[in-house]
Design a protein around this ligand. Structure first.
Ligand code: SF4
Length: 517
């Protein structure tokens, strides 16, 4: 469960730092939040007295910081998936408790790169940012630069950073994200020592190979007040042959249902209308619990929480999608009419090489069953083009599935060799020009089928959760239907966060234009 800021502030104020850190979690992390906060306050007071703070922030920002009661600035730069985005909320929540003011840009006193490693170019992006951070740190030597997330679970990357980016202060991985306060406290202590001795600050590296531990009750800073992701499990046991996740996020661990429900209830109390239950493979939720529980049962419990009006979840592995879940979806008033069901390939031969453990026929039958049970459901998917050994015939199987299922949208990826996965070592890597040509054909088909489907609700009135004032026209707002399609309609900021009835007037390919009823 996540606690609100007032409660946390009170907990931190009451901590006796002279008593030393407790062993048990999360008390230990609260101790380090209080300790890091004290170090940051002391540093800030010194920098104000010496005039350094004025130089660094300028008079206006410094006055604003003092008025807000913050003692430094921090930025969390997040790459990758929903799981990383959710971790970033926790990082921001913890850093705010230490009294950092969060900002989006990297000109901060603490910069934390929350990395992704799903594709090799994701790593390159991180190195690009790191180069810039090095330049910033040269001009502002007291900056703390940290790296965490999936890429840090790869020993080769950590070695490269140690060797080529010695200005980095902190590296930790995916298994100890809950330790951020302790790690920041360690960095602040090392920084103080470096400043007073004139020696170089030593890099703090804390990467775990795995864990069974799930630490609850830490702070988090949500991006939207009206919708929130909720982790229900971590890790994955599937070992799809192209995927690095099981190696960097570890084996499957489910949160206890009591903890999940307590968090959902608290979110509802705070005005959250929509929750997204998150896991790499939500359909296998609960298998590792002391008292096993199915994902369908968990959904039923979440549905009981008053105030929650919409429930989403991701990601679903087709091989684990049970009839029980389909039935719960069919009967539910709150589960959104949207299912993200990664196909990856339509060829049974390629699916076998991918270790997906379903066939083309099984996927088609499953999609059919879901569409029948939940009429009007929107199906979306992920597809990889150019997996090693993919022939034209295999690719045509993928096109066939796309045509027959009719996905509302599909994330299509060109296969990217991921070092450390079995697929990277496979022979028969498909030539680039062939992959590119297939990718274009697939994209054209995906877009055509999606456009056919988007129009299906024109002329009806639907619930829309309003998410923001439109970027393009301040007289319009943008929201989402239960099936996740975007809708724009005339309205103002007072509608943001509300679920309203909207008449869908026109389909524009991938979104609707409407008007409030
Ligand atoms: S199900 Fe497969 S693709 Fe998804 S995270 Fe697990 S190993 Fe990766």
């Amino acid at each position: 469960m996540e606690l609100n800021k007032e409660t946390i502030k009170k907990i931190l104020d009451d901590i006796d730092l002279s008593a030393g850190p407790p062993e048990e979690e999360p008390a230990r992390q609260y101790y380090f939040m209080a300790s890091a906060r004290r170090r940051l306050r002391e540093q800030f007071a010194e920098d104000i007295a010496s005039g350094e703070a004025l130089k660094r922030y300028g008079a206006e920002e410094l006055a604003a910081m003092e008025a807000e009661g913050v003692c430094g600035t921090a930025a969390v730069i997040t790459f990758g998936c929903q799981m990383n985005a959710k971790d970033a909320e926790k990082f921001r929540g913890i850093l705010e408790c230490i009294e950092y003011k969060m900002r989006e840009s990297e000109d901060a006193d603490l910069i934390l790169y929350n990395t992704c490693t799903v594709r090799e170019n994701a790593n390159l992006k991180v190195y690009g940012h790191l180069g810039q951070a090095g330049g910033w740190k040269k001009r502002h030597p007291k900056t703390i630069v940290g790296l965490c997330g999936c890429m840090m679970q790869e020993p080769d990357e950590v070695e490269r950073i140690k060797k080529s980016y010695p200005f980095v202060d902190l590296i930790f991985g995916t298994h100890n994200v809950f330790k951020l306060a302790e790690l920041v406290d360690g960095c602040l202590a090392r920084r103080r020592e470096a400043v007073s001795t004139g020696r170089k600050q030593k890099m703090l590296v804390d990467v775990w190979e795995g864990t069974d531990q799930i630490v609850e009750d830490l702070p988090a800073d949500r991006k939207y007040p009206f919708k929130s992701g909720v982790n229900i499990m971590f890790g994955c046991n599937n070992f799809c042959s192209y995927c690095i996740v099981p190696y960097v996020r570890g084996r499957e661990r489910s949160r206890r249902p009591e903890e999940i429900l307590a968090e959902v209830r608290r979110l509802a109390d705070e005005g959250v209308a929509e929750v997204m239950l998150l896991g790499q493979n939500v359909n296998s939720y609960g298998k590792t619990l002391e008292q096993p529980m199915t994902f369908a049962k968990l959904l039923k419990e979440v549905e009981q929480v008053e105030g929650i009006r919409r429930i989403r979840f991701m990601t679903s592995h087709p091989k684990d999608l049970s009839d029980e879940l389909i039935q719960v979806m069919a009967e539910s008033e709150k589960i959104c009419r949207h299912l993200h069901l990664p196909l990856q390939s339509g060829s049974s031969r390629i699916l076998k090489a991918m270790n997906r453990r379903y066939t083309k026929e099984q996927f088609l039958a499953l999609a059919e069953k879901i569409k029948k049970a939940v009429p009007g459901i929107s199906l979306t998917t992920d597809i990889i083009v150019g997996f090693p050994g993919e022939t034209e015939e295999d690719f045509l199987d993928t096109m066939d599935v796309v045509d027959r299922v009719g996905f509302d949208s599909a994330f299509t990826f060109i296969y990217s060799k991921r070092t450390g996965t079995p697929a990277a070592a496979m022979e028969d890597q498909v030539p680039e020009d062939v992959v590119k040509e297939r990718f274009d054909r697939l994209l054209a088909l995906v877009q055509k089928r999606a456009a056919d489907l988007c129009g299906r609700d024109v002329g009806t009135v639907q619930d829309v959760l309003v998410e923001e004032v439109s970027d393009h026209d301040p007289g319009y707002v943008t929201g989402r239907l239960s099936n996740n399609t975007v809708v724009h309609f005339p309205g103002g900021p007072e509608l943001v966060g509300k679920i309203v009835d909207v008449y869908l007037e026109e389909s524009r390919g991938f979104y609707y234009m409407g008007r409030q009823k």
